[in-house]
Design a protein around this ligand. Structure first.
Ligand code: PLP
Length: 416
């Protein structure tokens, strides 16, 4: 048997210069130009309002050290924490999440409806993996969370933006789309609480209307709620997934990232439909077998200690409320006429609209020269991009640096 020419073809490079020939869908995976600019924001002399980072000095490091020690020294638990686990997630953690959701957002579920994921980002990916065929429509608020847009885009979804205002997603526009469009969307993706990027919450009336419309049009909903527990004013509404009209058709995503620590990568999805759950489990299995058994147990040890998480949330809410107030006050003092911004009741972000002639991507270059950073609004927009918008994070910098950063930003805008 001759083997002399058998491999000649497979080692030939194509025009990428490498032996790797990308799948067609990889054409959609592109580095972001804005992320490249923002890489430099990690320098200590830059005041960054760019990332969605919690305050590192408030991480419950000591309590997690105790939880780690408890996991590793409790006899067989230490060994189990180092062993493979089930894809669905660690049972006691799923039980705790059910109790937590019933209390916090009035969402009743059972552990067998819960899938523990590697961050809620994985929940977004898994839903897209299981539901989206190329060209399928996903409805999103416009502007929308970039990470979700990227997850949907990787499976070749067509995102359609539904406009939003200060009360959240516009139900008249949603109804109009569903009434007039020939295509039936696969999903409606919403962040009802303190949306990323705008900080706006969808009002309880709008949520009820969304549930009603979804029931009328048989539309599945993906409710993403990483920020709901970071509330600095007003009443917490029940989860959209808990409203009778939405209950059987809404997948709910929650996460430890903003209430404990994003480095844990522990999150959950509540899946009301058994058929969908039974697709999501093998989809996750193919991705990573399961979320780290060790971190799931550490999170459970931490979260199930009576009063522990509530006490931590009080610390976070107090500190972030002050930082939000400092930012709002600084914006009022330092931003020139013609600028406006949202006043969120919680979460980590607010959204600034600049005078129309100013382009926020160009402004970022000038701001970086003054060592202050933000995220231009452009990547969040789905429909007609609005170039004169930007997102500011208020959780990561200290109160003094927030004031100084906004002062610099005001100067840069005035010059522009
Ligand atoms: C709206 C939204 N969904 C999901 C995520 C991802 O969160 P996680 O850290 O749980 O993957 C983020 C992160 O910032 C977010 O803002």
């Amino acid at each position: 048997m001759s083997t002399t020419t058998a491999t000649a073809k497979s080692v030939t490079s194509d025009k990428t210069g490498a032996p790797f020939r990308f799948a067609e869908r990889a054409g959609r995976l592109k580095p972001s130009a804005i992320r490249e600019i923002l890489k430099t924001t990690e320098a200590p002399d830059v005041i960054s309002f760019a990332g969605g980072l919690p305050a590192p000095e408030l991480f419950p490091v000591e309590d997690f050290a105790t939880a780690c020690r408890d996991v590793l020294t409790a006899g067989a638990e230490g060994q189990a924490a180092m062993q493979y686990g089930v894809t669905e997630g660690f049972g006691p953690l799923r039980q705790w999440v059910c109790e937590h959701l019933a209390e916090a957002v009035n969402l009743r579920c059972t552990p067998d409806q819960l899938l523990i994921t590697n961050g809620s980002q994985q929940g977004l990916d898994l839903i897209a993996k299981v539901l989206i065929d190329p060209g399928d429509v996903v409805l999103v608020e416009d502007p929308a969370y970039v990470g979700a847009l990227k997850a949907f885009d990787a499976y070749e979804a067509r995102a359609v933006g539904i406009p939003a205002d200060e009360l959240g997603v516009r139900t008249d526009a949603l109804r109009h789309y569903l009434r007039t469009s020939a295509t039936r969307p696969k999903l409606l993706y919403l962040i009802p609480n303190f949306q990323n990027p705008t900080g706006v919450s969808t009002s309880p009336e709008r949520l009820r209307e969304v549930a009603q419309i979804a029931a009328e049009y048989d539309l599945p909903i993906l409710e993403d709620d990483p920020y709901g527990r970071l509330r600095y004013g007003g009443q917490a509404p029940p989860a959209l997934a808990s409203l009778p009209a939405a209950a059987g058709r809404t997948v709910y995503l929650g996460t430890t990232s903003k209430i404990m620590a994003p480095g844990m990568r522990v999150a959950w999805m509540v899946v009301p439909d058994r058929g969908l759950y039974e697709k999501l489990v093998p989809a996750k299995q193919a991705a990573d077998l399961h979320t780290s058994t060790f971190t799931q147990r550490v999170v459970w040890r931490y979260a199930s200690r009576p009063g522990m998480l509530d006490a931590h949330l009080r610390v976070l809410v107090d500190a972030y409320r002050r930082r939000r107030d400092v930012m709002l006050d600084a914006l009022a003092r330092h931003l020139p006429e013609g600028c406006s911004w949202t006043r969120p009741d919680g979460g980590l972000f607010l959204w600034v609209t600049l005078p129309e002639r100013i382009d926020a991507v160009e402004l970022l270059q000038a701001a970086m020269a003054q060592k202050v950073a933000f995220v231009p609004g452009q990547p969040f927009w789905v429909g007609e991009g609005v170039g004169n918008t930007l997102r500011l994070n208020f959780s990561n910098a200290s109160e003094e640096r927030i004031d100084e950063g906004v002062r610099r930003l005001g100067e840069v805008i005035r010059r522009a």
